[in-house]
Design a protein. Structure first.
Length: 343
């Protein structure tokens, strides 16, 4: 089968077909996103050498080809979204319902062969049926770009009816966060991004205001601060601004991953005003299901989260576009079963 394999570089090559082991299903990926972490793996060399060669791709939906004998799972032909993190369900974190913090997890496309291939084997518990009315493209990005934002907004940020929210950085995850915050009942959502197009898309996704960083604190101060500030950029200076934007009792949620060191503000800022900074990583399986239900019902509308769809053969060109920021903030998706030649 064809697969995009990372070793000393990323190449489309022939790769052994996987088999569905006990408790697993064989899936034909249809649409798979190109994530910023994929760019880091390929262009920045952050993929661990001990896992190479490896098939990349973790943000995926596909069609069930077969289920292992003696295993209950969706019947062949079913459309399914793939939960990216393969957790053990036995460790203390998993037993607490925090599978994203599993002690021995493997992420598709990072520690375990991923979905940039014509076939992939995954545990059936990592499959979520795709409801009618949800496109293949949205079913793919729901597993990461949308569900990761949902985890940050709903679970870590506690956004609900009446919340005042600031979203710092409206790329793929940030745009999802804007729409999710409004869907959960936030009365004021301010999107912060230096790019005019990103701000326009944030407004189209439901933001009440969309401002460049230089105007953000003034706009937020007019609200008396925000209850939840979500940082999707991954920069210490942006996280500092997110903390400064909080009202008393507010929480800043750090989602973006960067290499800089964060320095805490004075303790009085956090203790007396009961502010908090929390991290947010990935998502839980039930959150993928909740996101798909919201998309299916029409309660969550994300008009600009999905961008171009390109054949697997053009994956390196897609990676270069993501690295250069040439996506407008939306996700580029790979059409895995498209056999078009590379451009």
């Amino acid at each position: 089968m064809r697969a995009a394999v990372l070793d000393d570089g990323l190449r489309i090559m022939s790769w052994p077909e996987p088999e569905a082991g006990p408790g697993e299903a064989l899936i034909a990926p249809m649409k798979v996103g190109i994530c910023g972490s994929d760019v880091h793996f390929v262009l920045d060399g952050t993929a661990q050498p001990r896992f190479r060669p490896i098939v990349l791709g973790h943000e995926a939906m596909g069609v069930v080809v077969a289920v292992a004998a003696g295993t209950d799972g969706p019947p062949p032909g079913s459309r399914v979204s793939l939960i990216p993190l393969v957790s053990c369900y036995n460790c203390d974190q998993c037993r607490r319902g925090r599978t994203v913090l599993c002690r021995s997890s493997e992420c598709l496309g990072a520690e375990r062969n991923g979905a940039w291939a014509e076939l992939i084997s995954v545990p059936v518990r990592n499959l979520v049926p795709v409801p009618e009315g949800v496109s293949d493209e949205l079913a793919a990005v729901a597993t990461d770009s949308v569900a990761t934002a949902y985890h940050a907004v709903a679970r870590r940020g506690g956004v609900g009816p009446g919340s005042r929210v600031a979203v710092w950085g409206t790329g793929g995850l940030g745009l999802s966060a804007v729409g999710i915050a409004k869907t959960l009942g936030a009365t004021a959502v301010i999107a912060v991004d230096p790019r005019p197009q990103a701000r326009e898309w944030a407004l189209a996704t439901g933001a009440d205001q969309a401002v460049p960083p230089g105007d953000a604190l003034e706009a937020i101060s007019d609200l008396g601060g925000v209850d939840t500030a979500l940082e999707f950029v991954g920069r210490p200076d942006t996280l500092e601004l997110a903390v400064r934007s909080l009202d008393a009792g507010g929480v800043a949620v750090a989602v973006g991953i960067g290499s800089g060191n964060v320095q805490a503000r004075k303790l009085m800022t956090f203790v007396v005003r009961e502010r908090a900074v929390v991290g947010s990583y990935g998502n839980e399986p039930e959150e993928v299901r909740e996101v798909l239900d919201l998309l299916s019902s029409g309660r969550l509308v994300l008009p600009h989260v999905v961008g171009d769809v390109i054949p697997l053969a053009n994956v390196n060109a897609g990676l270069a576009r993501v690295a250069a920021g040439d996506t407008g903030g939306s996700r580029i998706l790979l059409d895995i079963q498209n056999e078009a030649e590379a451009e």
